[in-house]
Ligand binder design. Structure first.
Ligand SMILES: Cc1cc2nc3c(=O)[nH]c(=O)nc-3n(C[C@H](O)[C@H](O)[C@H](O)COP(=O)(O)OP(=O)(O)OC[C@H]3O[C@@H](n4cnc5c(N)ncnc54)[C@H](O)[C@@H]3O)c2cc1C
Length: 490
């Protein structure tokens, strides 16, 4: 029953620690953040206002994960009704889109143009559907593509739709076409559940961080508190595997931690950089090829109790840079301390290398207010306060060759570091949700409890289901679909 050292106190690391702790095993969690657990799923707090990094819906196809959420938070897990619409040229459209809603709001002229452009796409189909743009135009016609698909996709991924491979559209919006939308509108009960539609989800009363803070408390009560402000900077290994990690606090103090088993949820690229002695050149080169997309939220407190009823709004207007706007009070009333005001999160998808990321807090607050006014969402309300939350490495990028890079890194780690397991989103470089991160953490812990590698964590699919050996879908286990640039097979 040797000590397990877990790197990172996000959903994956805390789930691993929770499982080990409840079986009475010793565990130490090292977390880089000086104040908070939860990682990308934390709840940030500013002047009593609570908000997510993004908006974190809790839903899973895994009954075990759903049950675990209930076990940890009980009645604090609320059910939230989803309302999220698209804002385009000053008009709110239902999301998922419904043809009658679209046509009623766009008026007869635009409707006629949309139908003509749809007919054109049907009568003169593109010979080959190479890009995302080709695929959507083929299904919906050019007018609807420009209105509902192009701008938001380009804001999120930073890639023109004409350069995104069509496969992504086929996976991501599977089951959705003009014909299926019309069928669903006319015969709502006859249509199956379309992949993109989930109208209810669970959400902790105080935001997603409440889940992770509760596990932090349980670990502390069991005498195994999470060690905050301990960023792992070196991982020392030799013939037998890892024997010690070195962590550093923000003040520069150093702490050595010995262990028998190690679970890492830190970004895979950083893990390879931390190895002492260094990994062989091909492994380090593969790690350096891994890339991330970053994300920042501008939080604005507004002196108006009910600005709009949505949980979030997709901003398809190309004249503003904001991609999505969260209204945290509509996720849970208790996210704001004062019912007379509203707390919005304006989400900007970007890269730390962009000049945009370098803008000061004051510049970002001004930009966000200007864009809100331009969109007509503020009306006569005033901004009372605001802050900016930056989330680097929010999305692991699946670019050309990323799978090959991961294979090279995995092969090396599995051969020389048998007492290390990789878990979680950036830990495995997988663009997946909390439930997936949790399942990989739980299974990593169970491997340690069992004293053998009973579970291959790479067989957990995006729905947090474990695919047994022999299951043909195991070959596809892994990440949610993300856009691929044309000509790159990934
Ligand atoms: C905008 C956005 C919206 C999302 N929406 C949803 C949603 O609606 N539903 C959902 O289920 N999921 C959602 N997710 C995904 C969810 O946030 C992740 O799946 C989950 O947080 C991954 O957990 P993790 O533990 O693997 O990693 P993380 O949450 O990234 O946690 C890793 C932890 O490791 C720490 N760490 C990193 N390096 C070191 C180091 N060197 N030493 C020590 N500690 C270190 C970090 O500080 C962090 O606390 C969303 C994500 C984003 C970015």
């Amino acid at each position: 029953m040797g000590l397990t050292v877990v790197i990172g106190a996000g959903p994956a690391g805390l789930s691993a620690a929770y499982e080990l702790n409840r079986k009475g095993w010793p565990v130490t969690v090292l977390e880089a953040d000086p104040a908070q657990v939860g990682g990308l799923s934390r709840t940030a707090v500013y002047q009593g206002y609570r908000f997510d990094i993004g908006g974190h819906r809790f839903f899973s196809k895994s009954p075990e994960i759903e049950a675990l959420w209930t076990e940890i938070l009980g009645a604090e897990m609320q059910v939230c009704q989803r309302l999220s619409r698209i804002l385009y040229q000053g008009v709110f459209f239902d999301y998922p889109i419904r043809p009658f809603d679209v046509f009623a709001k766009l008026g007869p002229i635009f409707t006629t143009l949309c139908l003509l452009s749809y007919l054109k796409a049907r009568l003169f189909p593109r010979p080959k559907l190479v890009s995302f743009e080709d695929w959507v135009i083929d299904q919906f016609g050019e007018r609807l593509y420009r209105t509902f698909f192009k701008t938001y996709t380009e804001k999120v991924w930073g890639i023109p739709c004409s350069q995104i491979s069509a496969d992504w559209a086929a996976q991501r919006i599977k089951g959705l076409s003009m014909a299926s939308l019309i069928r669903k509108t006319l015969f709502p009960k006859g249509e199956g559940v379309i992949k993109t539609l989930i109208d209810r989800f669970r959400y902790p009363r105080l935001g997603p961080g409440q889940m992770w803070e509760r596990i932090q408390t349980l670990l502390a009560e069991a005498g195994q508190p999470v060690q905050l402000d301990r960023k792992v900077i070196q991982i020392h290994w030799d013939k037998g595997g890892i024997h010690r990690v070195q962590a550093r606090s923000q003040q520069g103090e150093r702490f050595g931690v010995m262990g028998q088993h190690f679970i890492s949820t830190m970004p895979l690229r950083s893990l390879v950089r931390s190895l002492v002695p260094a990994a062989p050149d091909p492994v380090r080169e593969a790690a350096e090829q891994l890339r991330y997309r970053d994300f920042l939220t501008v939080v604005l407190v507004v002196d108006e109790p009910n600005l709009f009823p949505d949980n979030w709004i997709y901003i398809h207007d190309p004249s503003v840079r904001v991609g999505r706007i969260q209204n945290f009070k509509n996720w849970s009333r208790d996210m704001v301390p004062n019912p007379e005001v509203t707390c919005l999160g304006l989400e900007y998808f970007c890269s730390v290398a962009d000049p945009f990321w370098q803008l000061s807090q004051a510049e970002l607050l001004t930009l966000a207010e200007t864009e809100l006014r331009q969109l007509g969402l503020l009306k006569k309300a005033h901004i009372l306060d605001g802050t900016v939350i930056r989330a680097p490495k929010a999305y692991p990028v699946y670019d050309h060759g990323y799978q090959t890079h991961i294979q090279i890194i995995r092969a090396f780690l599995e051969e020389v570091l048998p007492n290390l397991q990789l878990a979680g989103r950036n830990g495995m470089h997988r663009y997946n949700n909390q439930d997936h991160a949790m399942m990989t953490g739980l299974l990593a812990a169970r491997n340690i409890l069992a004293g053998e590698r009973r579970y291959d964590l790479w067989r957990v699919n995006q729905d947090a289901e474990y695919l047994e050996e022999g299951d043909p879908s195991a070959a596809l286990a892994g990440g949610r679909a993300v856009p691929q640039v044309i000509g790159q097979s990934g």
